[in-house]
Design a protein around this ligand. Structure first.
Ligand SMILES: [Fe+2]
Ligand SMILES: [Fe+2]
Length: 191
C-alpha cells in the first residue's frame, strides 16, 4: 500500500515534471532536506516523524510554475492543504503540517512547533551541504554585476541553524569555509 508520505513525494516530483525544468534544483534540494530532517528526528524523539516527513515533501511544492508574485511558502501551504484534504487526512494533523510549511522560510511567520523548527533548520542545513547552491548564486551575481546576495543568504541560513545550536555547531566549520570560498571567488576578475 502506498503511504501518504510516498504520495506526497510523488506529487512533488510531478510538479517538477509538469513544469519541465528545475531551476531551483529541487530534485536535489528536497532529498537533502529529508536527510537532515531524519538526522534531527533521531536527536528529537518527541517530534512527530510523519508530520516532519510529510512537510519535507510538501514544503516546496508551490515553487513551480514560475514566475509568480505569490511567496512559494504560501502556495505550498495551499497545495498541501488541498492534497491532505483529498487524502482525508485528519484536520488537527493537517494544521500541524501547514504550519511547518508556512513557517519554513522563517520570514513573516516563524516556526513554533518542534516539527516546524526541524523543517526550517533542515531547509537551511541542506543549503550548506548542497555542493553548488551558494556558488551558483555567486556566479549569477557576478555575471549580472550584482552585489553578492549570497553572503546575506549564508547569514540567514546560519542564523536559522541556531534554532538547534547542536546542528549549528555541527555546520559551523563548513559555513566558515563557504564564506572563505565565496570571498576568494568574488575576487577573481575575468573581464
Ligand atoms: Fe522553500
Ligand atoms: Fe526548501
Amino acid at each position: 500500500m502506498t503511504t501518504i508520505i510516498e504520495k506526497a513525494k510523488a506529487g512533488f516530483f510531478q510538479m517538477i515534471d509538469e513544469f519541465g525544468s528545475d531551476q531551483y534544483n529541487l530534485r536535489s534540494h528536497v532529498p537533502e532536506v529529508e536527510k537532515w530532517a531524519k538526522h534531527m528526528l533521531k536527536k528529537l524523539p518527541d517530534a512527530n516523524g510523519e508530520a516532519v516527513l510529510l512537510s519535507v515533501w510538501l514544503h516546496d511544492i508551490g515553487h513551480y510554475p514560475i514566475p509568480t508574485d505569490i511567496d512559494h511558502a504560501v502556495r505550498s501551504e495551499e497545495r498541501a492543504k488541498a492534497f491532505l484534504k483529498k487524502e482525508k487526512y485528519p484536520k488537527d494533523k493537517t494544521n500541524k503540517i501547514l504550519h511547518c510549511i508556512r513557517a519554513h522560510r522563517c520570514r513573516d511567520i516563524l516556526p513554533e512547533s518542534v516539527e516546524a523548527k526541524i523543517i526550517a533548520c533542515a531547509d537551511s542545513a541542506s543549503h550548506m551541504t548542497e555542493p553548488t547552491i551558494y556558488l551558483d548564486m555567486a556566479k549569477s551575481d557576478k555575471e549580472n554585476n550584482n552585489e553578492f546576495r549570497v553572503y546575506a543568504k549564508m547569514e540567514r541560513d546560519y542564523r536559522d541553524l541556531g534554532i538547534f545550536p547542536e546542528i549549528q555547531n555541527e555546520l559551523k566549520e563548513l559555513y566558515q569555509n563557504w564564506k572563505n570560498l565565496i570571498k576568494s571567488y568574488e575576487k577573481i576578475d575575468l573581464k
